[in-house]
Design a protein around this ligand. Structure first.
Ligand code: AMP
Length: 111
């Protein structure tokens, strides 16, 4: 998607503080962190939101979920972490490329 911010980050056209990547996902630090650790995990293939997932994304979303604890551990979040997926305008989604917020640390905000 040429006008998608996260697609531009994935393509390397916009810089980001990248924490992890492989052939399926990119993980980078949120530019406006809400906690000591605030990462965004995105699929490299554009998917608009959680609401747009279908059966073809089954393996991808399972892969993303299984990767989260591994990333949290690598960030030193052995005591716990929070994950958020904002979906759609009324769900607070601002960037329309599926992403999972991974938050943790001492300054973790409540829900
Ligand atoms: P959401 O409201 O769930 O769509 O979250 C979008 C997130 O993207 C927000 O937490 C923003 O701070 C973050 N964000 C926006 N632009 C950038 C960027 N260029 N690099 C990293 N994070 C960004």
């Amino acid at each position: 998607m040429s006008d998608c911010l996260f697609c531009k980050i994935i393509a390397g056209d916009i810089p980001a503080n990248i924490v992890y990547q492989d052939d399926k996902i990119l993980v980078f630090r949120d530019i406006n962190p809400k906690a000591d650790v605030h990462l965004l995990m995105v699929p490299k293939k554009h998917v608009e939101s959680l609401a747009k997932l279908n059966e073809s994304h089954h393996d991808l979303i399972a892969y993303m979920m299984l990767k989260l604890p591994e990333l949290a551990e690598a960030q030193g979040l052995s005591s716990g972490f929070k994950t958020i997926i904002n979906t759609g305008k009324e769900g607070g989604q601002e960037v329309f490329h599926l992403h999972i917020h991974l938050l943790g640390g001492k300054n973790l905000p409540g829900f």
